[in-house]
Design a protein around this ligand. Structure first.
Ligand code: S3P
Length: 172
């Protein structure tokens, strides 16, 4: 990690791990710019994420995600909140590791299901979201682990507790 990388922090983790909420708080705390990849996709396509999945398919969404990540990592003094599936691409993993301090906000399956209850996230629209999410989380945990430089367990912690822990981690 070089000195330039230090002023770019990327948050990764499963749906419901709090990346956007915590990212916004941390950005305010550090006076950094907040970048949300999903939000950028929604703005540039003028359509919401469930509709992108429905109309154009997941692979199109993944292409957009990679493109917006490439742009985001060219910015300095920023916190980047990545969608939960950013680690589905080896190219994204490499880019993140090389350009940013990557923090994995880890949450368990139960926490994720509670936090995402009633959400319109396309990947949670399965008939049995519990079994499906369990399998996906199992596959992804290893990828989050190898992509990240730091890990914070978010289960049973408040947003403020997590933001403060993250702030100390980054400063240290
Ligand atoms: C996805 C997570 C979502 C969003 C899209 C795909 C995933 O973001 O990018 O629905 O593959 O896990 P959040 O992690 O912010 O929910």
């Amino acid at each position: 990690m070089n000195s330039r990388t230090k002023n770019r922090i990327a948050l990764i983790g499963f749906m419901g791990s709090g990346k956007s909420t915590i990212g916004k708080q941390l950005a305010t705390l550090m006076d950094y710019k907040f970048i949300d990849i999903d939000e950028r996709i929604t703005k540039s396509e003028c359509i919401n994420i469930p509709d992108i999945f429905r109309i154009a398919g997941e692979s199109y969404f993944r292409q957009l995600e990679s493109t917006h990540l490439k742009h985001a990592v060219q910015e300095d003094h920023c916190i980047i909140s990545c969608g939960g599936g950013i680690i589905e691409s080896e190219e994204n993993i490499k880019l993140l590791k090389e350009t940013s301090q990557v923090v994995w906000l880890r949450c368990g399956l139960q926490t994720m299901l509670i936090r995402c209850k009633g959400s319109d996230r396309p990947l949670l629209q399965e008939e049995n979201p519990y079994d499906w999410a369990r399998q996906l989380l199992e596959i992804r945990e290893g990828k989050y682990a190898t992509t990240s430089h730091y890990r914070i367990d978010t289960d049973s912690k408040s947003i403020t507790e997590i933001s403060n822990e993250l702030y100390k981690l980054i400063l240290g």
